[in-house]
Design a protein around this ligand. Structure first.
Ligand SMILES: [Zn+2]
Ligand SMILES: [Zn+2]
Length: 324
């Protein structure tokens, strides 16, 4: 669906609620700029990659810049200011996986706060009053219907094999939640308090078969739980603690969309009830209490040893000086 048909949140979730878009962005923060580098690092097919790059350019997240190689002039892709501000969303995704997802195979790298030098696990705080914020401390005011999601782009699960063993690349449970547009819409609906099957079906414009499949997936990973009344007639889906834990990602997407997609109609305002202000979601270091800045965090292996050659870490979230 075209940008001008969407509201801010709907469009942001369309663009970001996609596994390949998130992986392309993550690599952009690690300094990848060229088509062939994304293709080779992610093992993504060329048409899929080209479509994601086009969408990210259209959304104002990447911009094209010509460069000359041996044969011809080509475009490389760099993060715009709006794109650079997505770093907090990627850190919030990492933090949720770090806290909530048990991994048998690989250990996630740690986030280091350079300002204090500690590993940190940043909670969400309110930029106005400085208090910790959870989903329960907020009220969402909907300015209009969330709007039907556009049909999800298809991707093959087998395509994930190429990235499955690299911890910073691959966030399997996040992909269950926001890896395609329908899951993203159902998750957003849950945060907005839409609990019943029929309400989700109507408000999200989602087919019953697709809705039950996504509800099943989200229940299976422990993000939603099914609560039936005693007689079994009234069934509701609610967020579990683990699901509630995903709120920082949702709040940061809403905030980003408000700041960077302000040519589109606003659809949602999140208010922090404790201070009564529109939520200014901020990730804060749990060790020194200072709000995280993009230039002051990096990822490293938890044991502090240098990463083996060829691994994805340690890398940092700072684009190298050449990245602008
Ligand atoms: Zn506040
Ligand atoms: Zn700190």
């Amino acid at each position: 669906m075209a940008r001008h048909d969407r509201d801010r949140i709907g469009y942001a979730l369309d663009v970001l609620g996609d596994q390949w878009a998130l992986l392309v962005l993550q690599q952009a923060f690690f300094g990848v700029r060229r088509f062939s580098d994304w293709r080779d690092t992610l093992g993504v097919s060329e048409p899929v990659l080209a479509a994601r790059l086009r969408l990210l350019v259209e959304a104002g997240i990447l911009y094209r810049r010509p460069y000359r190689d041996a044969q011809r002039t080509r475009d490389e892709y760099r993060l715009t200011d709006a794109g650079l501000e997505l770093w907090e969303i990627l850190v919030a995704i990492w933090a949720w996986e770090y806290r909530w997802v048990r991994r048998r195979d690989v250990e996630l790298p740690a986030l280091i706060h350079d300002l204090c030098g500690h590993t940190c696990d940043p909670p969400l705080t309110c930029g106005h009053c400085g208090r910790l914020v959870t989903a329960r401390d907020t009220t969402a005011h909907r300015d209009r219907e969330v709007g039907a999601a556009t049909p999800p782009r298809r991707f093959r699960r087998s395509g994930w094999d190429s990235v499955a063993d690299r911890p910073l690349l691959f966030f399997p449970e996040t992909m269950t939640i926001i890896g395609d547009r329908w899951s993203t819409a159902v998750t957003a609906g849950a945060f907005l308090g839409i609990r019943r099957f029929s309400d989700l079906e109507r408000e999200l414009g989602i087919r019953p078969s697709v809705l039950s499949q996504r509800l099943g997936q989200l229940t299976e990973v422990g993000v939603l739980e099914r609560r039936a009344s005693k007689n079994g007639r009234d069934v509701r889906y609610g967020l579990t603690e683990k699901g509630m834990g995903f709120f920082p990602v949702f709040a940061l997407v809403v905030d980003w969309a408000d700041r960077w997609l302000d040519d589109l109609p606003s659809s949602l305002t999140i208010v922090h009830r404790a201070c009564g202000e529109r939520l200014d979601p901020a990730l804060t270091c749990d060790r020194c209490g200072v709000r995280l800045e993009r230039q002051q965090v990096h990822f490293a292996r938890p044991d502090g040893r240098p990463a083996p050659a060829g691994s994805e870490h340690p890398r940092d979230l700072r684009p190298s000086p050449m990245a602008r």
